[in-house]
Structures are given as structure tokens and as C-alpha cells.
Design a protein around this ligand. Sequence first.
Ligand code: GLN
Ligand code: ZN
Length: 738
Amino acid sequence: MKTYAYGFPRLGQNREYKKSIESFWKRETSKQELVSKIFQLEREIIDKYENSVDKFPVGEMTFYDNMLDTALMLGLYPYKTLEEYYDLCWGKSALELSKWFNTNYHYLIPEFPQDFSPSPQDSANKFKLLWNKPKEAFERYKIGAKRKSRSGGKGIPYMIGPFTFLKLSKGLKSKDFEDSLLALGAIYKEIIKDFPEVHIDEPALVMEISQVELSLFKQVYNEIGHSSKINLFTYYDSVDYLEILYSLPLQAIGLDFVQGKANLDEIRKYGFPEDKVLIAGIVNGRNVLRGNIEYYLALLKELSGYAKNIEISNAGPLYHLPISVKQEKFPPELSGKLAFANEKLEELKTIGRMVEEREPTLKNLEDFKHKIPQDIKRLKEKDFKRAVTFQERRKIQNKVLDLPLFPTTTIGSFPQTPDIRKKRADFRTGKISKEEYKSFIKTKIEELIKLQEDIGLDVLVHGEFERSDMIEFFAEKLEGITTTKNGWIISYGTRCYRPPIIYDDVKRKAPLTLEEIAFAQSITKKPVKAILTGPVTIVSWSFVRDDIPLPLVAYQISLALQEEVKDLEKAGIKIIQIDEPAFREKTPIKKRDWETYFDWAIKSFRLASSLSSPETQIHTHMCYSEFGEILEYIEKMDFDCITIEASRSRGDTLQYFKDINFERQIGPGVWDVHSPVVPEVQDMRQIAENALRVLPAENLWINPDCGLKTRGWKEVNASLKNLVALAMELRKDQFVES
Ligand code: GLN
Ligand code: ZN
């Protein structure tokens, strides 16, 4: 059976991608050096494809992001130099970033200029083929092929499809959607007519799309489908209108059978046309666990009952995975069980061979059962509830905490300066002892407690100096989760992170945060707020074992956090914040799946906090996200206080809170910590006043909109002083008014 792979990570085994681009930014390398490095990475990926699979796209490489490249191809922005290209990526004229579907990759959102018009008569601002990127990439590939006299697989020009491009862009007037899509169709036709075969990604087809959009999609592909043989790829979920794709002039249709389980049901219903190839995405491109061969074989056997022509591929692009497991040391029980991108290519190759060689032993796909852990089986509805209502808790907590009106606090982290990173590195490599490292952290905590007292904050934090990052720190301490040394993945542009791997039952073998937080509380009379990372965020930013349903894994993490909460209470902690920045991000692509998601997401947050005593004030924190649509779900998490981003939207999001008559406490961030600017009291006051217009004063907290980890001490000092000054002013005003 033929194999087809796509989306191999561009980062390079040792993050060469990141390093070369960033050193160009710092002017340490020339443009020529950068270009040759990036093209070298491109060639290495092609070599890999050629050695493992029969078909693959050519032209996936980008200097930053493929949505940006598509916008440039189509003439949305004039640009000539690489410097101008990077101006669109970061700095003053940077485009906004947004989550790429339900993944942790972020793309640059193409934004249509005000005066844009798709109609051809209008000469002003319209689509034009400014850069034939697929052609350039294919030329490079052909030259390389000649030089090496390649004998491997076949490369096919790659592009993001016109529909996905438009769906994910912004600023286009909705009346212009139709004309724009048709105008794009004409340009795509122009591009693809030079190639016998093309690879087009249209992941937006898995969104819930309207009938109108669907018929436009049909129209465009009917128009361009005869200009070249199109392999159309969808992924991340299932396609609702398969039979419509069947009617289009396409050579092949790529479907995701891992994230898009419903695709199989659709095929059972509608079959698959004889004149097309089904590219069956079966190897999980979103998870690092090796697949089960018997399952693959059984699935392919079933599919071949419907489709005459099948090729197999990864399900979803491979760039959500690190490159190779080779350099990693994993716990022995994981030996042979993990596959990063390299190994997934191998897996594809193996399956391709095995299908030809033997019959599956698994007779029924449904026999592939999930395991349910013991500790989860025991859970009852009441385990997800706090004993006392939040209104009652409020009264009790007011007495215990005795905070002033407009209490001031921060989100948890303080600057992670080079000296801290250096000490941690020294400790990890054994250069300094555990005692030395711990006492260094304690000094940092002492200094910070003193500083916060001096500035006059009401609720203090310990600063999170001991944490490398909010996920990895917990992952390293919890049993059943492992971390990697070099398992980097691109989050956006050149920004990378290393997701931990949840591979076994998650347990807390020892307290996670207790030592540092209890220490901080022991040296001050003011309340210290403990900071934990929440279960939804931990599972969202990790690779999760797939033999247990995701919600149950999240519950296991909640049970571990529950024990932590108990221990913190015993140490005299009165306020505990459970961070859930991923709560919004993790929402499924299709709205009809929202209920199921929010049900377990809410329950896992509640489970983590359900055993806390009524005196303990539970906070949560979420970063910038569109709250409007999901506020009713957020409310069900049953926290006492939430801190959110509100500074960039100048507090406008708060209207939503009023709309649902939100009665809990809320800290709309008055300081945008993502910028180095020190906010003046007046700037922050505006946001607070906007908030006061829609929310009762006694519910309002004053705080920055996220952690201060990436800020410098100078700005932090000055900004926090202004923030406390603001709270003082507001209190005075309230006093005068009453
Ligand atoms: N407590 C974390 C911090 O302050 C929260 C980070 C986040 O929301 N992403 O850094
Ligand atoms: Zn945040």
C-alpha cells in the first residue's frame, strides 16, 4: 500500500531553524547564510520523506509561517526584503497571532486592508499573484533531485487552499467573501496549472461551515479541479459533508481517522467513490505514543471494503511532534513505545508493508477498549462539588481574609532573570548541590516577600522562581509523567516549548509546591496566594496516553492537586489559584462537541478544588481569550475569584460578565504585561473605571493581566507601585462617594 506523509517539523534536530532565524534578527548572520540554512533544512526533510514514503509535499518550508506566506503570495501586503517579511512577524507592524485550529501552534492572521476589494474592475487593492512560492520551491526540489539523481518518493507542490486561507483571515467584509473566494480560485488555477499534481491543505473543511460557504467551496474546486490533479487534505476533525467532496474533480481526499473518528461513520454511510483515492490518515500526528499495528490493520481492512484505492498517511501534520526519540532517556517502561516525527515516518512505512503481508487479528474495531483507572471509578457526583455555596463561602472568607476594597495582587510569577536560570542549570548538571539551589530559591522568595510588602500589595505570591515553566515543573514532580531533553515543538514563529508526556497513572508521590509556598507564608503576616497549574492546562499542553479517555487523565491530575490543596491549607494558606490558561483553547472545533468538552473540563477543575475548606478562597486565572461565548461554562467552575486579561480590550470583555449577572470576584488585568511599557496610574484607572461601570466595586480586584516572568525588575517595580497607587485612589473615591 502506498504511503503519503506531510507536515514534517521544520525546526531541525537541534532547533537549527530557531537559531538561524534569531541570529539573523540579531544581525549576527547575513541574509545569505539564513537562506542557505533554511533551504538546507528543507532538503533534509525531503531526504527523510524520500527515504520513508512514496509521496510527500514540497514547499512546506517557510521563513516564519505558512499562512503569512500565503497572504504574501496572494498580494495582500507588498514586501520585498526579508527584513520587511519579518516586520510582519514581530515588532511594530506585526500581524496578530491566533491558535491554529485546536492545536498549540499559532499562525499569523492575514488581515485585509481597509480598502481591499476583490472585484477585478477595482484596480486599487485586490488579489494578485505576487509570489509563486510553490513554483520556486518545486524548482529547488527538481534541481536537488537532478544533482542527487534521487530514486525515492515523489514530491508534490504544496499550498494552503483558498477556502482555509479566507476562513482564517480577518478584516474581509462578509459581503466580499464570495467574490474573494472566486477571485482566489482564478489565482490558484493560474498557480496549479503548471503542475501535473498538487497537494492542497483545506483543514477549514472540518469546521462547522454554512451551506452558502459549502456551495462556494464546490464552485471554486469545480473551477480549479481540472487544471491539475488535486490531493485535498483535511485534518484535526471529521468532514461533515463528505458526499459533496465526492462530487468534485479531485484526485484524492485526505481524511483524519484519529481526531476525526466520525469520518469512519461517514464512509460506512456513503462509501467512497471508485474514481478517487482515499488518503487514510491513521498514524496519529498529535501524539507521541506508537500506534497499535493490529488496530491499524483492522481499520485498513474495514476501509478497503469501501474504498478501492487507498493510500495511508499521518493523521494531521507531523509538526505537532518533536523530531526524534533517539537522544532521549525515558523511563524503562516506555522503551519502544514512543514515536516522534522520524519514528512516525517509520511507522507509516511498516504499516504500508504489513497490510500487504498479513491479515489483522483484531476482528472488530470496537474491541479496542479503553482502560478506566481504579481511583476514577470510585468518583461520585458529589466529589465534584464544594460543600458550601460561593455566596456562603464569600461571607466566611471575608472574615478570615479581611482584605480592603479593591485588593491588589499579581498572577504568580516574577522575573526569571538569567541568574535564576543559571542556578537551575547548574543544579541540573550537578554543579551545585540541591541544598545550595534550594537555599538560593529561598533567598529569592525572601527578597520578593519583602518587596511586595514594601510596595503594599495585599495578597502576596512566592514568585514561582523554582519553576522552569508552569507545566514542566508539575510534570517533573508528578508520577506517570515524563519530560524530554530535546523534544521541542514550535508554538509560533521561532518560539518553542517541550510538552511533557503523560504515560501512566498520574500520582502525587510528594508535595509539589508546598515547601516554597509554606516558606513564603511563614515569613509574612499577609496572605500568600498559592499557585497551581490546573488539570485542563496540564493535559492540553502535554502529550497524553491514549488508552485512557482524556477526561479521566485530567481527573487523575485533579486528584493529585486535591492532595496538594489539602497540604497547603494545613500550612496556613488561605488563597489558592489554579491556573487554567488553556481552558478556552481546548474547546473543540465543532460547537456541537462543546457540551461534552466543557462537562469534563469544568468537572476536572471542580474536582481539584472540591475538598478545599469553605474558608479557602479559590482563584483561577485565564489569559486573553474570547470569553463571551463561554462565560456560562466558566461560571460553572465554581471558583471564588477569576483574574483575566482586560487591558488590551480596555475592559470591554467585562460587559459579558454583566450580561450573565456574574456575582463572583474578578480581577480584570489592568496592566498589559506583554509589553515592556510601565503603565501610568491613569492608564490603569481607565480600565478599572470601565470595569466599575459594569461590575460591583466589592467584587473587583486590581492586578496585572498575566505572570511577570518575562518582564524586567525595573518595570515590575514601577508598575506595581502604580498599581497599588491606583487601588488607593479607588478606595478613596469610594469612601467619598458613600
Ligand atoms: N501563574 C502563571 C504565571 O504567573 C500563569 C501563567 C499563564 O497564565 N500563562 O506565570
Ligand atoms: Zn496568563
